[in-house]
Design a protein around this ligand. Structure first.
Ligand code: CAA
Length: 285
């Protein structure tokens, strides 16, 4: 059975995308963020996305209204007995995530809720270790833009139970996604495949094999990728790409995962891609 109501913590791009997908699937959702401005931004993003879908004739106005009526936003985590599943989508910092789990456990009895992290790089076993019920902790990795991308990686930590895995898969399916269960290995499965590709494209750029537009054209026109690797790296965030590569490099100890020096430099310069207005391409304001 999917949970009656879910709680999502963190209203950035991923948190708001997950919330939009959940309410469009009829799952009552509480979206929490301590940052009120970010939370308001998330609500307007969701409202705009749904309004666009209505304008395009892809979503009946009544379904938009139904979806928005089951979305609640709040700046604090408060107890709600209907909530049995919590998705954490806060920044990729171990200390921040650990603090959030402590807070959740002080409000929700750890044996009554499942706690899922949308982390793209931190080990699920490591995140689960200090929690009270590591068997009820799991990775639920969504892809950006969440309302569009079909995949959810369901990542089992060393102590994650079969029941937790099953409930998470059922929830992902209820959200219209296709879950794939993977082991808790660095990069999980998707980023282990994707990040070396993006990194190699950055090496090709650094070595002058071709310019950025041409490298992206090769992938789009020759491989049928919807975005070129440099465009995609900008879309994901160069800091995120660097973090994931660092984790894989450190944990496997294999030089094939070393982040390209140009990527490291771009991050140091604050050129993080779309979110900072400049990465391999310029995005204006
Ligand atoms: N939120 C909601 N919907 C969105 C959206 C967003 N942010 N961006 C685009 N869409 C929707 C559009 O509304 C449109 O919907 P309809 O077809 O129903 O009209 C559809 O997506 C296509 O959008 P566009 O026509 O504007 O643009 P496009 O055809 O160029 O597609 C794209 C845009 C879907 C982003 C496509 O370029 C794509 O699939 N790119 C690759 C994205 C990808 O690989 N994501 C995974 C990144 S890795 C990751 O997230 C994990 C990690 O850990 C790093």
């Amino acid at each position: 059975m999917p949970p009656d109501r879910i709680l999502i913590i963190g209203s950035g791009t991923m948190g708001s995308g997950i919330a939009q997908t959940a309410v469009q699937s009829g799952i009552p959702t509480e979206l929490v963020d301590v940052n009120e401005t970010q939370l308001e931004g998330a609500r307007s993003r969701i409202e705009n996305n749904l309004a666009k879908a209505v304008d395009k004739g892809k979503l009946p106005a009544s379904e938009r209204d139904d979806a928005l009526s089951i979305l609640r936003t709040a700046t604090e985590i408060v107890p709600d007995e209907k909530i049995s599943f919590i998705i954490e989508a806060v920044p990729e910092k171990l200390e921040i995530k650990t603090k959030v789990y402590k807070l959740i456990e002080s409000v929700y009895p750890p044996d009554e809720v499942i706690l899922a992290s949308n982390t793209s790089s931190i080990s699920i076993t490591q995140l689960a270790a200090p929690t009270i019920r590591p068997d009820r902790f799991i990775g639920m990795h969504f892809f950006n833009p969440v309302p569009v991308m079909q995949l959810v990686e369901v990542i089992r930590g060393l102590n994650t139970s079969d029941e937790t895995t099953e409930v998470t898969r059922v929830l992902a399916e209820k959200m219209g996604k296709s879950p794939v269960t993977v082991k808790d290995m660095p990069g999980f499965a998707a980023n282990r495949i994707l990040m070396p590709l993006l990194n190699e494209a950055i090496f090709a750029l650094m070595e002058g094999v071709a310019d950025a537009e041409d490298i992206d054209s090769v992938a789009k026109l020759g491989l049928n990728h919807p975005m070129g690797p440099l465009e995609l790296a900008d879309f994901i965030g160069l800091d995120v790409c660097n973090d994931v590569l660092q984790v894989m490099h450190r944990e496997f100890g294999d030089p094939k995962y070393r982040p390209c020096p140009l990527l490291v430099q771009m991050v140091r310069a604050g050129r993080l891609g779309r979110k900072s207005g400049r990465g391999f391409y310029e995005y204006g304001e």
